[in-house]
Design a protein around this ligand. Sequence first.
Ligand code: IMP
Length: 207
Amino acid sequence: MKSRRQLLIATSSEGKRSELRQLLSALPISLFDLRDFPAVERIAETGNTFVENASLKALGYATQTGLLTVADDSGLEVDALGGAPGVRSARYAGEATSDSERIEALLVALSFVDESKRSARFVSAVVIADSNREILNVSVGRCEGRIALARLGTGGFGYDPVFIPSGYDLTFAELKPEIKNQISHRAIALSATREYLQNLTAASAAG
Ligand code: IMP
């Protein structure tokens, strides 16, 4: 009998990890995450784009662990701020700050920006790499919306309490996780990733 494929979900963000696990759960693949490899060295996000950073993380963790690896790099682009915080979303209020401090910094930066001019999008780049330092698949998802005037809701993670996706009047933190997992940037990027992994597992089962 062939052994099941193994896939490392390479993120140390608890929020991302649980969404990625949920979105990949239907595949016939055994899922691991970075808690299973406590000795791995953290990969610095030194790229200038989401795809560059996701590629650095997927390659870095695949080489260290020997596992097929999926990594996500994501962030929020706010039009009134010229696309900031963008790839710097995790460091928007400085290194080692909390989600709450980053949200505060964003609300302060937008305090004089009218409701009609607070358009924004979440972007997620998802990259799969293997331990031969090969990038196997790249997909990008976007979710358009706007930044709320104040934080609302307790679900999700990161900037969820201030992001209202287009077509809704509630923030990601107020919407049910099932809804976020249908419409989010990560869900959109992951649908292409899932298709790639499905073909890969079907090909190895046939071979
Ligand atoms: P990185 O991908 O590790 O560089 O971090 C991305 C930053 O964007 C972090 O501050 C996350 O909290 C935030 N972020 C990414 N995806 C989401 C999301 O789905 N909801 C809320 N915040 C997010």
